[in-house]
Design a protein around this ligand. Sequence first.
Ligand code: ZN
Ligand code: ZN
Length: 198
Amino acid sequence: MNRSMPQMDSRWASWLRVFRFSAPPKEKPAREDGGLTAWCEETSNGLALPELARKVRVVWNSRMQTTAGRAWWPDRTIELNPKLRNCEAEELWRTLKHELAHLIAYERCGRRHIDPHGNEWQAACADLGIPGEKPFHTLPFKRRRMKRNHAYICPNCLCVIHRVRPIQRTVACYDCCRKFNHGSYHERFKLMKHKPLA
Ligand SMILES: [Zn+2]
Ligand SMILES: [Zn+2]
């Protein structure tokens, strides 16, 4: 009998939850650097990557500890450690190019999974004038106590959410479940850990 189906659906829905995207937790907003953003924009245009040019943003994130820079894709955001301002200008530019190379590599490969510091990234580094760039920097940044932020991404629409606490339950993207599965949980839209490219 078909009638029993909706009941079953709701029982399943009670422990496999659909996750609604909401505003990220309140924290000090990262400050965008207009000049560096403009440079990345121009460089991306020069490499015939118009979408990257349109969306790329460079921000200073004062919560960063030992990492000099990191990049987020598909957000197309580069975060820089403000301590870089106390380093040689050359260090700042090298870090910026290292991070932009991550975005260029992903932009060129679309959703295909690539090794963060693999061939595609190395080719992008060469395009930016830093051939032979190493995966890890050696800037002497000291660590202090760190408040972690947890980010998750929907594998389908690539929406990203941020949480102060890790999500314990199995959750899926609200928008995609609503759009493609009548609002019920579906494995295909299960949120995954979203990690930055450092
Ligand atoms: Zn989604
Ligand atoms: Zn890297």
